[in-house]
Design a protein. Structure first.
Length: 181
């Protein structure tokens, strides 16, 4: 299947989810994540502030904020910058995503765990994003553990991978935990 076809199929499936299904799936995924050594050992975690069609990160951020140091990405040109998460310092940024404000950026080297959004993942750890390459550029500059999260239907048989694509170390859905390496 081509990338555009995978994106179209997943978008259609996400659009059919009821709000209760979305919340239940997010709770199940994050319960799985909380049990991993990668999460338990990490103090500095790069998350994403989810869009309405993505697995919601909002309740998880609220639950753990203060016990873990969370960071969020902010679009700067063709790259992502990393800034500390502070719910009171978010504003609508590029692509209508809430992003952190301020100038206190953090190096990717300081991050221990990255929770990565995607359109789809495959069983080899490949990730299909929205097509702009922001996360691949960021992830290629960090040794942090990379965990993809999503709905079960976001795992597909195969994603056409390119040399610059960065594989996940783990993918978690409400029913599956895949580990790579």
């Amino acid at each position: 299947m081509e990338k555009s076809e995978i994106r179209r199929k997943i978008k259609a499936m996400r659009s059919m989810l009821l709000e209760a299904e979305k919340m239940s799936a997010a709770d199940e995924v994050f319960e799985q994540l909380e049990q991993t050594a990668a999460f338990l050992l990490a103090d500095r975690i790069l998350m994403y502030h989810s869009l309405p069609d993505e697995l919601s990160t909002h309740r998880f951020l609220d639950k753990w904020h203060g016990r873990k140091s969370f960071f969020l990405p902010r679009v700067n040109g063709v790259n992502l910058e990393i800034l500390p998460y502070d719910e009171s310092r978010l504003e609508l940024g590029a692509f209508h995503i809430e992003e952190p404000t301020g100038e206190n950026t953090v190096s990717p080297d300081e991050i221990e765990l990255v929770i990565v959004p995607a359109v789809a993942y495959d069983r080899a750890g490949n990730r299909l994003g929205r097509g702009k390459g922001f996360y691949d550029r960021l992830l290629s500059n960090t040794a942090a553990t990379k965990v993809g999260i999503g709905y079960e239907f976001q795992i597909v048989d195969e994603i056409p991978a390119e040399p610059h694509d960065v594989k996940m170390d783990m993918v978690i859905t409400q029913k599956t935990v895949l580990r790579f390496k």
